[in-house]
Design a protein around this ligand. Structure first.
Ligand SMILES: NC(=O)c1ccc[n+]([C@@H]2O[C@H](COP(=O)([O-])OP(=O)(O)OC[C@H]3O[C@@H](n4cnc5c(N)ncnc54)[C@H](OP(=O)(O)O)[C@@H]3O)[C@@H](O)[C@H]2O)c1
Length: 278
């Protein structure tokens, strides 16, 4: 599927590195078939040294070489970057964008290129435990779709959706999801320290408790409310703690936070459409 296929990256930051790691771990292509562009020489030197890949400070050079061109830059620089490379993207190439809020319409117009995949991955992808939701334009061939899926699977689990609208929702739930979980972990550790545990002991306790709880949900396959009821004895400690969480609006706050991320993703999408009209 990937014989003689060059996978290019425009923007070689955190997410690009996570993808490069996953692609190499799965052996989809040899390191010399990965070609990464970034403005920072030190960043490229690090990636070259660590993964043995090819690098360049020229987006155009990478765009010209790529069979699959991954766009892994921040949304703010997308219009400028597209203008810079739209004459260089090969007619038979597949463009795979992971940029939050960048709609297929914008990518197709900005790059003057029809075969585009839009994906929303998350950072656990660097350890093969990611969650990616993705979709594509009708011009993506079956082979390109399989290639995109294999690259995305190198990051972990994936869900293909027909309706692009789900991408903004995925951005809010799984794309941004690790940020909520990290805050939850941090807050629990702080609570442990507040009671008197040393920080490293509290960290170990919290991380293992979260890992174990995820395992219970996965293995038992029961509704979380049922599992919560199972650990809530009458007049017990869980009941006392859950009462305070509900009183503080825990689930409403969480829901509002996810919705705020969703609105922001839609706003970024609107802004990228407006920028392309200019
Ligand atoms: N982080 C996440 O959890 C996550 C999850 C899903 C999707 N995404 C999406 O993934 C994309 C990348 O995010 P990230 O976290 O990897 O960001 P990042 O670490 O900042 O990576 C972006 C890279 O692009 C480089 N860059 C800046 N201007 C450029 C240009 N004109 N041409 C080429 N490269 C340029 C940056 O260099 P400098 O540092 O020198 O500016 C940086 O190395 C974003 O669009 C984001 O929406 C991120």
């Amino acid at each position: 599927m990937f014989t003689d296929t060059t996978i290019g990256f425009i923007g070689s930051g955190n997410m690009a590195e996570a993808m490069i790691k996953g692609i190499l771990r799965k052996g989809l292509v040899a390191p010399e078939f990965i070609f990464a562009a970034d403005p920072r020489e030190e960043r490229l030197a690090y990636l070259q040294e660590k993964y043995g890949i090819r690098t360049s400070t020229s987006n155009r050079e990478v765009a010209r070489a790529a069979d699959v061109l991954v766009l892994s830059i921040k949304p703010q620089v997308l219009p400028k970057v597209m203008k810079g490379i739209n004459l260089d993207v090969r007619a038979d190439a597949l463009v795979l964008s992971i940029i939050a809020g960048a709609r297929l319409k914008v990518l197709v117009k900005g790059l003057r290129h029809a075969a585009v995949v839009r994906a929303m991955p998350n950072t656990p992808g660097q350890f093969g435990e990611g969650m990616t939701v993705w979709t594509n334009t009708p011009h993506v061939t079956e082979r390109q779709k399989n290639q995109a899926q294999a690259i995305i699977q190198a990051l972990g689990k994936e869900i293909w959706v027909e309706d692009e609208g789900y991408l903004d929702m995925a951005t809010a739930l799984s794309g941004t999801g690790p940020a909520y979980v990290f805050l939850f972990i941090e807050a629990l550790i702080d609570a442990g320290v507040h009671m008197g545990f040393s920080r490293h002991i509290a960290e170990e306790m919290v991380i293992q408790t979260i890992k174990g709880s995820v395992k219970v949900v996965e293995e038992l396959g029961r509704h979380p409310a049922t599992l919560r009821n199972m650990v809530t004895s009458p007049g017990g400690t869980s009941a006392a703690a859950l009462y305070e969480l509900e009183k503080g609006g825990f689930r409403t706050i969480l829901s509002k936070a996810v919705f705020a991320a969703y609105r922001r993703s839609v706003e970024l999408g609107d802004a990228s459409e407006a920028a392309i009209e200019d």
